[in-house]
Design a binder for this molecule. Structure first.
Ligand code: C2O
Ligand code: CU
Ligand code: CU
Length: 503
């Protein structure tokens, strides 16, 4: 061997050893990371704080019967952990907002004042209303400005919600705390003997995960290999960390809202007791469905009724929904304690779940004016990302369409449509499962399964102001997994997006 070879060989040997060591360390670290990626908080949550019930938003009534609500988006501080308070945003408060409640047929009017230092918006998720009242990315409110939307509630009783929706910042503004419930009532539902006393036997359950940094501030960093964005290891319910709720009736209705940015919840109780699913996004199901588990992806709601026995304690949890690689990296393999329910020693028992609840969606036999396909992949829908100035298509007022939606991406997405509630006709050719048998506005897209959604565009034409459709994993939406459509009068053409304010 010549002298030139020697150091080279030695170098090569050290390099090989070094590489092996690095690989070994990386594999080990990855293994630990992989194992840790499955979070289990069962038994580790202290349930020491009474679950907050968001107050009902006060309103005034004009001479013409219009109900007026004042909402202010504001900054503040909220104490979730010992020590330093967390800088948060809220509506009429420091975190989350009041529950808005109105009935079918009522005219509602809002002042939405932006008291934070950036443009924001408030979108009425699930509401059938004119596009310029929708609060989407074209109705942003500048700092210090006030937006005044109004419309008449024309849909049935349901559990809706509101949240910011400005393009590129939805995830951030919701994460800071801007969101609230919007409950709709109608006479038919009020006539049923369901639990309906707000805060007593009819409870909002707004579920959000949060990660905190070393200074007790919200940390929005997505974990390594996550495809959905941030996954927090702390759960807030109605803004309360480690909550308990005392119940005084045998039957309790829970209005579940997944207001998390990316996390899927697979709701169930600690003793696997069955509960009744009575309503989904758009209102009551035709018939209650008894189950022990219910999955909700971000943006989805469900109304359930659960029965308690005197003196007992039972916890609402989220159970693993999968254990494969993607589930692990995206929080769906986690097991989480959510709320502890403590039943009083004697329980009032005056309500019931009637045999027939709502009316079944009726679009299956409708004449279909148009069928459209949507493929969700990466951050695209049909290969394109959201462009504020591009209207993807126009639908004809009065027509019923079928949208065929498929997620070809291998990991989780869902699909939300503004303006309408839709009927899931079938999933991969199969009749929809019971939890998809009612009206929906957001649906989980299991990979590679074709979801056929029927929807009717009954009114509110405007060629220039679009409604949105998008994935409701908020990071995906912000990164462009969203499109725009307009509702057109007979003979009208798609217009041009104009006049929107944007940062
Ligand atoms: Cu929850 Cu486009 O909205
Ligand atoms: Cu929406
Ligand atoms: Cu998505």
């Amino acid at each position: 061997m010549n002298s030139a070879q020697r150091p080279k060989r030695r170098w090569a040997r050290w390099t090989a050893l070094g590489t092996a060591a690095v690989l070994l360390a990386a594999t080990g670290a990855f293994g630990i990371f992989y194992l840790q990626a499955q979070l289990d908080t069962v038994g580790k949550v202290d349930f020491a704080t009474r679950m907050a019930i968001p107050p009902l938003a006060p309103s005034t009534t004009d001479a013409d019967g219009t109900r007026r609500f004042d909402l202010a988006v504001q900054e503040g501080e909220t104490r979730f952990l010992d020590g330093q308070a967390t800088r948060t945003w809220g509506v009429n408060g420091t975190f989350l907002g009041p529950t808005i409640r109105a009935a079918k047929g009522e005219k509602v009017a809002f002042t939405v004042r932006n008291g934070v230092s950036e443009a924001t918006s408030l979108h009425w998720h699930g509401m059938h209303l004119p596009a310029d009242m929708d609060g989407g990315p074209h109705q942003t409110v500048e700092p210090g400005a006030t937006w005044r939307p109004q419309w008449t509630i024309s849909q049935q009783a349901a559990t809706l919600w509101y949240h910011p929706h400005l393009h590129g910042k939805t995830a951030n503004h919701v994460y800071r705390g801007v969101a609230g419930m919007f409950i709709l009532d109608d006479e038919r539902t009020a006539g049923l003997n369901l639990p309906d006393e707000y805060g007593v036997d009819d409870l909002p359950v707004i579920v959000q995960d949060r990660a905190f940094d070393g200074d007790n501030q919200f940390d929005e960093t997505a974990p390594l290999l996550s495809t959905g964005g941030v996954f927090g290891d702390e759960i807030l319910v109605n803004g309360t960390r480690g909550p308990f709720a005392d119940v005084s009736t045998r039957l309790v209705r829970l209005r579940l809202l997944n207001a998390s940015n990316a996390r899927l919840y697979n709701f169930g109780f600690s003793d696997d007791r069955p509960f009744q699913l009575i309503g989904t996004d758009g209102g009551l199901l035709p018939k209650a469905w008894e189950t022990t588990r219910l999955q909700l992806t971000p943006g989805e709601r469900a109304e359930i009724v659960v029965a308690f026995a005197p003196g007992e304690t039972v916890d609402l949890r989220s159970y693993p929904a999968g254990s494969d690689f993607n589930s692990r990296m995206n929080g769906a393999a986690d097991r989480l304690d959510l709320v502890r329910f403590r039943a009083a020693d004697s329980l009032r028992d005056g309500t019931e779940v009637p045999r027939n609840l709502g009316t079944a969606p009726d679009l299956a036999g409708a004449e279909i004016a148009q069928t459209r396909s949507f493929e969700l992949n990466s951050r695209n829908i049909n290969g394109a990302r959201m462009d504020m100035n591009r209207i993807d298509f126009g639908v004809r007022v009065g027509s019923t369409e079928v949208w065929e939606v498929v997620n070809t991406n291998g990991y989780m997405h869902n699909f939300h449509v503004h303006d309408v509630q839709f009927q899931v006709l079938d999933v991969d050719g199969q009749a929809p499962p019971p939890h998809l048998s009612g009206w929906k506005d957001t649906v989980q897209l299991e990979p590679d399964r074709k979801h056929r959604l029927a929807m009717k565009f009954s009114d509110f034409t405007n060629p220039d102001v679009p409604y949105m459709y998008h994935c409701h994993l908020m990071l995906h939406e912000d990164e462009g997994m969203m499109g725009q459509f307009v509702v057109l009068r007979e003979g009208e053409q798609v217009g041009k997006v104009s006049g929107h304010q944007h940062r």
